[in-house]
Design a protein around this ligand. Structure first.
Ligand SMILES: C[S@@+](CC[C@H](N)C(=O)[O-])C[C@H]1O[C@@H](n2cnc3c(N)ncnc32)[C@H](O)[C@@H]1O
Length: 225
């Protein structure tokens, strides 16, 4: 069964992309079970960019404040997983620490888009990486992983994040930003998690919660080590 979800306001998750949730997971014996993640194609970057890179987003996404909170230092490497059209990738690459930024995405079209965007902007510290659904394919270990509005798209999260730890340096941090329940924009409620739910999953994957920032009006911002 194909489901069409109605999104309210500036939905960063699927906004302005063709609304094509792929499926809900099939449960056993032909029953329909709600999926644990939101299956959705992002194969039209130009269309997605109208929403993802809408200047109006800055007011609630607060990218500069988010990047400051990550505390990056010169020489460090950061992975922007589910980089999309590069909203955070480009800002990270231009930030004072000028880290190496791995822009990781599952969609080939997004990977090409962000690679071309970085090249056009003369950013030599961006490396676009083609991910698989179950792994990032990061070419080197990183100091920080940033995942914005992508956590709810990841299937089998405990296994996924356990695997991700292999691409993180021992002292590396993982920052998860995803939509709170009951705020404008974002995925259907079923794919919005509480801080406790995310922490429980990531604890099972071997992470420890180390901080929570509360300044984003629409999203949780959680840090793990
Ligand atoms: C809602 S968009 C967010 C884009 C970007 N982080 C932003 O805030 O503008 C989610 C992105 O995650 C990507 N994605 C979904 N599943 C993924 C996976 N398993 N690994 C890497 N990227 C994934 C999608 O292709 C899409 O570009």
């Amino acid at each position: 069964m194909t489901r069409h979800f109605l999104f309210v306001g500036a939905c960063v998750c699927v906004m302005l992309t063709a609304d094509r949730p792929v499926s809900a997971q099939q449960g056993g014996r032909g029953t329909q079970m709600p999926a644990d993640h939101m299956d959705h194609r992002f194969d039209n970057p130009e269309q997605s960019a109208k929403g993802f890179d809408d200047p109006a987003r800055d007011a609630w996404q607060m990218p500069d404040r988010v990047i400051e909170a990550l505390g990056l230092r010169p020489g460090q490497a950061v992975a922007d997983i589910g980089a999309g059209t590069g909203y955070f990738t480009i800002r990270l690459a231009r930030s004072a620490a000028a880290p190496t930024v791995y822009a990781v995405d599952l969609e080939e079209a997004m990977v090409k888009y962000v690679r071309d965007r970085a090249a056009k902007e003369g950013l030599k510290n961006v490396v676009a990486v083609q991910a698989a659904a179950d792994r990032t394919n990061l070419p080197a270990a990183v100091d920080v992983v940033l995942m914005v509005d992508t956590y709810h798209h990841i299937p089998n999260r405990v296994t996924y994040f356990r695997e991700l730890r292999k691409s993180m340096k021992p002292s590396a941090r993982l920052a998860i930003i995803d939509f709170r329940k009951g705020v404008p924009g974002g995925p259907p409620d079923h794919f919005r998690f509480t801080a406790e739910q995310i922490t429980a999953e990531l604890t099972k994957a071997g992470f420890t919660a180390s901080a929570q920032h509360d300044f984003l009006p629409r999203q949780l911002f959680l840090i793990f080590q």
